[in-house]
Design a protein around this ligand. Sequence first.
Ligand code: IVH
Length: 689
Amino acid sequence: MTTTPAVLADAAAYADAVATATKAAAAYYADGGSALDDDSYDRLVRAIEAYESEHPDEILADSPTGKVAGGAAVGDVPHTIPMLSLDNVFSAEQFSAWAAGVDRRIGREVTQWSVEPKLDGLAIAARYVNGRLTRLITRGDGTAGEDVSHGITSIEGLPAELAEPYTLEIRGEVLMTTAQFEEANEARTAHGGEPFANARSAAAGSLRAKDRAYKVRMLFFGYGVIPTEHTAEDLAEQLRTLPHGELMTKVAALGVHTADATEVPGRVVATVEEVQQRIEEIGALRAELPFGIDGVVIKADLAADQQAAGFGTRAPRWAIAYKLPAVEKITKLVGVEWNVGRTGVIAPRAQLEPVEIDGSTVTYATLHNPADITRRDLRLGDQVMVYKAGDIIPRIEAPVAHLRTGDEQPIVFPEVCPQCGSGIDTSEQRWRCERGRNCHLVASLSYAAGRDQLDIEGLGASRIVQLVDAGLVTDLADLFTLTRDELLALDRMGATSTDNLLAAIERAKTQPLSRVLCALGVRGTGRSMSRRIARHFATMDAIRAADEAAIQEVEGIGPEKSPVIVAELAELAPVIDKLVAAGVNMTEPGATGPAPQGETADAPAAGPLDGMTVVVTGAMTGALEALSRNQMNELIERAGGKSSSSVSKRTSLVVAGEGAGSKRTKAEDLGVRLLTPDEFAEMLGELLA
Ligand code: IVH
């Protein structure tokens, strides 16, 4: 053995040193013994590095410095034992049939099955020599794979050194956990690259890439272990004879990550029924796992059973993959909605072209926050990979960058709170409305004061913001007890606007019950439902006295809605009491209310539109000109009719004003009676007065 000089004298000595080191590395990583021990090799490389830093223009291309595995790792690497695939089954019946086939083949019943998750990554063989990790090889074509030893430092769960100085080959799967995938895409897009569509392709792409400017992390899961030609005979014998489950325990004890360290450890069970049960358990846990699985692998646990069953050309006959349904699909991102939560957090939500995943139709996915959108480089019109398993909320994994057409558009972030119009606090990742919890109050009061509800002129969103911020208003009823002095004390509030506002509030007290009810914002009711409820019950007292059954007498309220409405009204009781105390009207003009128990209701006074369904379209003119669509609908209902927004065979009448388009055409096609606004006004007669 040569002693290595600490200093290389000249170019010739440097070239010699490089040649020696390269040969040593090649021998070492090829699973053979090197001519140099570790220490000598390390000293040689340090001398080479020293020479290179003095003579940077003389560095030889095949120098081992800066290369993982000393640059030895290139070309196709034959596998010691072929790396096979697995056959698949997709149902309990198919699995039972397969298991029965194994029993027949080996002439006895398999009584020990190992059941473990099928990890959704890439198969890798990790060679250890004397306990040191020397080489990583992909499955390739099964007989020879690609050397990906450069990835060693990116892969967690594969220790550089085993707890014992064994020479053996660990086989398993390399994947990215959900968190690692997100990190990887973040790093990649930050370096100007396009995101990977999902964790699996990210792992595949990252594993083979060399010389990345950034580092990504991956995770290894061992699922098998085999001897190599240099494995000591007694160890080799153990590896050939121990049951699979025990081998996995041994692999984990050596420091290698396996499924046993996760929420879905491998289990050895005795019967096909127990296998099924374990498959179901793993399937149920799938959605919560921090890494992807695409099935469950079932293996005959005993070495003797495995040997008796043998191998096919493509897959072993003693193991099978039970595939779980796909939980990923590609669909189009068509829009982004911004919703404001109870605490004022403004959260984006992706609108998707509907896609069926795992038995349900997905149309929305969470997006967390604006930074999340930027980080993922999402654009409107992108094809995106969507993940949905079990009951979890669907999520977008990433855009499928290679499907981009160039027509994708940036996602526009809101500049003001989409709910109340206030400013947005963007200082944290989760954007929040500046009003925080009061945002909902501002929004609900703005709605209540709106034209189709209480119609309080002069009470716009900015005025409401002032009132809320000053602490003058904490609910709808507080609006009705505002004093002149309180209003005058507000910014930009002169005597005239104060008096006008007070007068508008006073007028609002006389609005019909339907509008008051609507202003309260009872969940499950909008404008037309509020009108139906108010007409049916006639007074707020009657509404509040109604139980679920009574509420269901209102058209359009079924057993699902009724408990919500009853509960909402109970919750709103204090506000309603305050409104009553402030003198707000709580009756519906013209309505008589439901008949007392046991009696049939008096037929309501017949109106000109009794029993008719009416659709209004186009601009109203003449006597109807000033009416909003909501007011038109109110009018129709007061006249005994039902308002609707779409024309069908059941439509009795279409009021078509100027600029009426497709609804008018459809009415003509269906032969539905058409009226001009003037004709309709005439029909309503005195109701209009
Ligand atoms: S055993 C000879 N166990 O699935 C036995 N494979 O679709 C071969 N896989 O190529 C593999 N999880 O890459 C086994 N727990 C597990 C697995 C697993 C994932 C992969 C493996 C294999 C592929 C077949």
